[in-house]
Design a protein around this ligand. Structure first.
Ligand SMILES: [Zn+2]
Length: 332
C-alpha cells in the first residue's frame, strides 16, 4: 500500500451527500416509531424476540424525548413487561426467554418512563442483580459467567433507579472498573481489553452513578473521546473505524458526564446526525444512506438533545431517559 493509500485507510470516514437531510425530521420519526407498535409484522421483523424488551425501551425513550409519548399504548406495554418477568426476579427479552441483566434494566426504564414503577417487582430485581456480582466486584449478565464492564453499568443503573445501590459492594465495583482503565484514557470490556467508546460510556457512567469520577484523569479520557470525531463530523467507536450515529450518543454522553461536551465540533456533529435520517420512512440509520432502525433512532435523537434542541426534552446523559421522567433521580 502506498503512503497516500495508507493515510486514506487510517482516516476511514463516510461522505455526506448533497441530498442528505440538514434539519431534524421530528414528525417522520414519531410516525416511524408508531408504525412499530401498530404494524405487528414490521414490529416483529425489526424487534426479533431476543431484543424485544430493549426495543420497547428504545421506542419509548425516543418518543418521550420527542414529547410524543401519548401516542404509545401504555397499558399494552406494561402488560407485556409483566409477561417477561422470570422466576429468578430478572426479566427476559420476551415471554419464554431466560432473564438477563440488560433486559431487566430495560423493564425498570420502561416502568419509569411510563410512571408505572409499581408494576415491576423491585424486590425480585434487587435479588437478581445482587446474585450476579462476582467476588472481584465485576458483574455477569446472566448465569453464563461472561464478565463485561457493560454489565457493571447495567447492574449499577438498575439498582440506582430503584434506590437500592446499598445492596451490592460498590467499592469492589469501582475497583473492577478502574482495573479496566487503559493508559490511553479509554476503558475496555475487561482488564487489559482495548479501549472502546461503548465501554467508556459504561465505565464513566458507572463512576458517575457511584460519584467516583475523580478516580480517573478526566482530561485524558475526554481527549480520547474527542479524537473519535471524523472529518465528516461523525464519531467512531475506536481508531480507524467508520463513524456510526449510535457512537454519537456513547461519546457525547460520556463527554457530558465529564463536563467536556464542548470538546466536540457541535455544528459538524449535528450535520452528520441529520444526514443519518431517512427522509422518506423516518428514523435514523447507523450512517447516511443505510436502513433506519429504532436503536439508531433513539441514540440519534438523544445525542441531538444533549446539545439542547427546541423540539426535544432534555435527556439525562447517564440513563438515556428524559430528565423529566427521572425527576430527582437525574444525575447529569
Ligand atoms: Zn451503531
Amino acid at each position: 500500500m502506498s503512503f497516500a493509500g495508507f493515510m486514506d485507510f487510517a482516516r476511514k470516514d463516510v461522505n455526506l451527500l448533497e441530498s442528505s437531510p440538514t434539519a431534524f425530521l421530528k414528525k417522520l420519526h414519531s410516525d416511524f416509531i408508531c408504525k412499530y407498535e401498530k404494524d405487528r409484522d414490521s414490529y416483529e421483523y425489526a424487534m426479533s424476540e431476543s431484543l424485544r424488551l430493549s426495543g420497547i425501551y428504545w421506542c419509548l425513550s425516543a418518543m418521550d424525548i420527542m414529547q410524543e409519548l401519548d401516542r404509545m399504548n401504555r397499558d399494552e406495554i406494561v402488560k407485556y413487561v409483566k409477561e417477561c418477568r422470570r422466576e429468578d426476579g430478572g426479566y427476559g427479552p420476551a415471554e419464554q426467554h431466560d432473564s438477563h441483566l440488560l433486559h431487566t434494566l430495560c423493564a425498570v426504564q420502561i416502568a419509569i418512563i411510563l410512571d408505572r414503577l409499581e408494576c415491576i417487582d423491585a424486590e425480585g430485581i434487587v435479588q437478581f442483580v445482587k446474585n450476579l456480582q462476582k467476588p472481584d466486584g465485576s458483574f455477569t449478565g446472566d448465569s453464563s459467567n461472561e464478565i463485561d464492564t457493560r454489565f457493571t453499568f447495567v447492574a449499577l443503573a438498575t439498582l440506582y433507579l430503584l434506590g437500592r445501590l446499598n445492596e451490592i459492594d460498590a467499592q469492589k465495583a469501582v475497583e473492577f472498573v478502574l482495573k479496566c482503565y487503559n493508559s490511553d484514557g479509554g476503558f475496555g470490556t475487561r482488564p487489559g481489553s482495548e479501549s472502546h467508546s461503548g465501554q467508556v460510556y459504561c465505565c464513566v457512567g458507572s463512576l458517575c452513578i457511584l460519584d467516583r469520577l475523580e478516580s480517573i484523569d478526566r482530561n485524558k479520557t475526554a481527549a480520547w473521546l474527542a479524537q473519535r470525531q471524523c472529518t465528516s463530523g461523525g464519531l467512531n467507536g475506536r481508531p480507524e473505524k467508520l463513524p456510526d450515529v449510535c457512537y454519537s450518543w456513547w461519546v457525547l454522553s460520556s463527554l457530558a458526564m465529564l463536563k467536556r461536551l464542548h470538546w466536540i465540533d457541535e455544528e459538524k456533529m449535528k450535520r452528520f446526525i441529520y444526514a443519518c435520517q431517512d427522509s422518506e420512512t423516518g428514523g435514523f440509520a447507523d450512517r447516511p444512506e443505510d436502513v433506519s432502525d429504532p436503536f439508531h433512532t433513539v441514540f440519534g435523537i438523544a445525542a441531538l438533545s444533549l446539545f439542547s434542541h427546541p423540539e426535544l426534552s432534555s435527556v439525562d446523559a447517564v440513563f438515556c431517559m428524559t430528565k423529566k421522567c427521572l425527576g430527582d433521580k437525574s444525575l447529569c
